[in-house]
Write a protein that binds this ligand. Structure first.
Ligand SMILES: [Zn+2]
Length: 426
């Protein structure tokens, strides 16, 4: 009693599809043309997984809160009270694991959760249901011990051991808009509320890091840039202004600029910033001189780089090269995804990597990664945060997604011991 098998739990999680609709309406078929191979109506959105998690957690006596984020899509926040409670000086430890996965694409049997040679195969196995299962298994073990009066490594008499209050935010929409984590932050802003009495003291975000501790990653900002021309019949192109030709000029300038961006900075774990144009569209028909052309620009930021300054720097450069600035329009950037800075998380990282070494008997590196995670949002909100979990990012989003089961079990032990041996000099 009181313990769950993290592998069995992971199988259950993978067998409940929780595919991010990636901007499409949740209630409809995946696309107007009908489902892609391997897709079916009803597998989109996190709702069924949210329901499962809620029931699972109530069964083990964990406190559960639902936080509406998008229509039919809710963060699930679990709480395990600590000693002393936060109101009496106790600390708050936040764990985050997203509920959603990317679509299965061409993956065979994406929701079968087959076990082969020490691995579990399926969509979401490593990104990030393996991490979610490990966190849940640790929480259930902790919850059962607090009921039975045990207290892990430091039990003595009847006095409860000092423990942080642990929250697990099972967030929605990490793979697309990151609106789940943006909503979690609001729970302690303006002085806290019903769920969080105040800001957490530390956070661990589950992603497949091969049990290494990620202490830094880049951020990203994106925006649209338009050129405005003047339409006319293509038989008399001189009567109009071709927005696609104008955009060609912009693109040439941006290509030159992109070659310079890496020189704007360097981070020992994250390398250089970068810029890339990812989409272009314009024109209505081949016999019309186009009056509008649009590109979408992706600018990768160093962890401590200001998105606003990076944007303005690029615009200044463009305006300096472009001969018709009045025909150039920039949309305001989409809300940026902040980077993970290693300025404030060194104590947490040292603690966690020490535990990993104790559990696995192997060295644990503190590393930087190129991808973005929910962690940047917690860092931005002033919470020391690291990224950690079982499985490899090499398998995430692929048609061969799998996770090594021994890593799931080791991660569950690390999460458990993180709580039972918790301290942070705050
Ligand atoms: Zn992920």
């Amino acid at each position: 009693m009181g313990q769950v098998d993290s592998v069995q739990l992971l199988q259950q999680l993978v067998r409940i599809p929780s595919v991010n609709p990636m901007g499409r309406p949740v209630s409809s078929e995946p696309s107007a043309e009908g489902p892609e191979p391997g897709e079916s109506a009803g597998m989109f959105s996190e709702g069924r997984l949210t329901d499962f998690l809620e029931q699972f957690c109530r069964r083990f006596g964990l406190e559960v809160f639902r936080q509406p984020v998008l229509p039919g899509r809710e963060n699930l926040i679990l709480r395990l009270p600590g000693h002393p409670p936060p109101e009496q000086g106790g600390q708050i430890l936040l764990w985050d694991a997203h509920q959603d996965t990317v679509p299965p694409g061409q993956m065979p049997n994406p929701f079968d959760a087959q076990l082969r040679q020490g691995r579990l195969y399926g969509r979401g196995a490593c990104d990030v249901k393996g991490g979610l299962a490990a966190m849940l298994a640790a929480l259930v073990r902790l919850a059962s011990e607090s009921v039975s009066g045990q207290s892990g490594s430091a039990s003595s008499g009847t006095a409860p051991a000092r423990r942080p209050t642990v929250y697990l935010a099972a967030t929605v929409d990490e793979e697309h808009g990151m609106s789940g984590v943006r909503a979690v932050q609001q729970l302690w802003q303006a002085g806290g509320g019903e769920i969080f009495p105040r800001r957490p003291d530390a956070a661990v975000v589950a992603e497949p890091t091969q049990l290494q501790v990620v202490v830094a990653h880049k951020g990203v900002m994106r925006w649209r840039c338009h050129t405005r021309g003047q339409a006319c019949h293509s038989s008399q192109p001189r009567e109009g202004v071709n927005a696609i030709y104008l955009m060609a000029e912009v693109l040439q300038a941006l290509q030159e600029y992109a070659a310079m961006v890496p020189q704007l900075g360097w981070h020992p774990l994250c390398g250089h910033p970068s810029l890339s144009v990812g989409r272009i569209y314009g024109g209505q028909s081949v016999n019309i001189v186009p009056d509008r052309c649009t590109i979408e620009i992706d600018r990768r930021l160093l962890p401590d780089e200001s998105p606003q300054q990076a944007w303005e720097h690029c615009l200044r450069y463009l305006l300096g090269c472009f001969t018709q600035p009045d025909r150039l329009e920039q949309e305001p950037p989409w809300p940026p995804i902040p980077g993970l800075s290693d300025q404030a998380n060194s104590e947490l990282a040292a603690k966690l990597s020490g535990l990993v070494t104790e559990v696995t008997g192997k060295d644990c590196q503190r590393i930087g990664v190129p991808y973005t995670t929910n962690a940047g949002f917690y860092t931005q909100a002033g919470v020391p945060t690291v990224v950690f979990g079982p499985g490899s990012i090499q398998q995430a989003h692929t048609s061969d997604e799998w996770i090594a089961l021994d890593q799931v079990e080791q991660a569950a032990q690390v999460f458990y011991r993180l709580v039972t041996s918790w301290y942070l000099a705050s």
